[in-house]
Design a protein around this ligand. Structure first.
Ligand SMILES: [Zn+2]
Ligand SMILES: [Zn+2]
Length: 341
């Protein structure tokens, strides 16, 4: 089959072709796995983190990609959950042990044996892939293949971050950073919590205008002060300054949810400006979001279908995956980037 593979960690700045277009052997499903004919695979910032070594793959060569829509092309001899031809999705969670205390409590995202699709197992930048039958989900028919792909990452993790914010009707929610995940969170809030007011902090004027268009009550720059303090804030930026600013804007007992796989070292000094009384005192909380569970993904897909979310997508051929990644790095964004396979 045709696939885009990563042979080693490299800097995308020095190497504009980090992935190699190649012919590799078709995977075959083990007993409880299914074989998917990949139809579409989203392109995510996490792929840049894998390529550049911030979240390094566990083997090479590896096929990246973790927002996969495909059809069941074959099943292992003990796999009976899906029918041949069913359209299913695969997300970042490729597998977890199923036995540890985290898995048993429904927190499989925290499992020590958590495996990420396209990082610890071959992913969807290819014509075929295999996955355990319990780790793929029916795709609601409301969505085209390309529309469904970005929902599997930005949407599902946005859904998890909103759940972790503990927001309730009548409260106020802040969003600092306004990318793919945050804008889906704003849409979810407008749909599921009509009485929650949303305050958006974004550096770009265009993003602030977009937030207001989508129903935010207020939009300001990262360091602007909102009209009143907020019950919860979700941070999706890679920087530290928005964290310090957000803590200042929280109500007593408020919660800051950091939805970022990593934070850059660049502005870490900002943390020295933390003042205990201004930023932490009065039971303010900080919580990070890690990975997703199967429950997050399947619940979110159902919610997205009810909400009639239509992500804007820009399509690329499989062999143009490098170009899609370079444009993503340069923040040339015209909707979510998706490979059509
Ligand atoms: Zn992703
Ligand atoms: Zn486990």
């Amino acid at each position: 089959m045709k696939a885009m593979v990563l042979d080693e960690i490299c800097s995308v700045e020095d190497n504009s072709q980090p992935l190699r277009f190649s012919e590799i052997e078709n995977p075959s499903p083990s007993e409880k796995e299914v074989l998917l004919r990949v139809l579409a695979c989203g392109v995510c910032h996490t792929e840049l983190d894998e390529i550049e070594g911030r979240t390094p793959p566990s083997f090479f060569p590896i096929v990246p990609g973790h927002q996969i829509v495909g059809r069941i092309a074959a099943a292992g001899k003990n796999a009976s959950r899906h029918r041949l031809g069913d359209r299913v999705g695969v997300a970042w969670i490729f597998s977890a042990c199923g036995k540890c205390k985290f898995c048993r409590a429904g927190n499989e995202n925290l499992c020590a044996d958590f495996r990420g699709t396209g990082r610890d197992a071959n992913g969807g930048y290819a014509e075929f892939m295999t996955v355990h039958e319990d780790f793929c989900y029916p795709i609601p028919e409301e969505f085209s293949d390309a529309e469904a792909a970005p929902l599997l990452c930005a949407g599902a993790i946005g859904y998890r971050s909103l759940r972790l914010s503990n927001i309730g009707d009548g409260q106020s929610l802040g969003l600092t950073g306004f990318g793919a995940s945050a804008h889906l969170v704003l849409k979810m809030v407008r749909h599921s919590y009509p009485d929650v007011a949303v305050f958006v902090f974004a550096r770009s004027e265009k993003e602030r205008a977009f937030a207001l268009e989508l129903g935010a009550s207020w939009a300001g720059d990262t360091t602007d002060t909102p009209p009143h303090q907020l019950d919860a804030i979700i941070d999706t930026t890679p920087a530290w300054k928005p964290v310090v600013e957000a803590l200042k804007n929280l109500e007593p007992g408020g919660r800051l949810v950091i939805n970022a796989i990593r934070k850059e070292e660049r502005d870490k000094d900002t943390l020295l400006s933390l003042s205990y009384p201004a930023h932490l005192w009065l039971e303010k909380e900080i919580k990070s979001v890690a990975n997703v569970t199967r429950w997050d993904v399947s619940e979110f897909l159902q919610l997205a279908a009810r909400m009639k979310i239509k992500p804007e997508v820009e399509e690329f051929a499989l062999k143009d995956a490098n170009r899609a990644l370079i444009e993503l790095k340069a923040a040339k964004i015209h909707g979510a980037k998706v490979l059509r396979i």
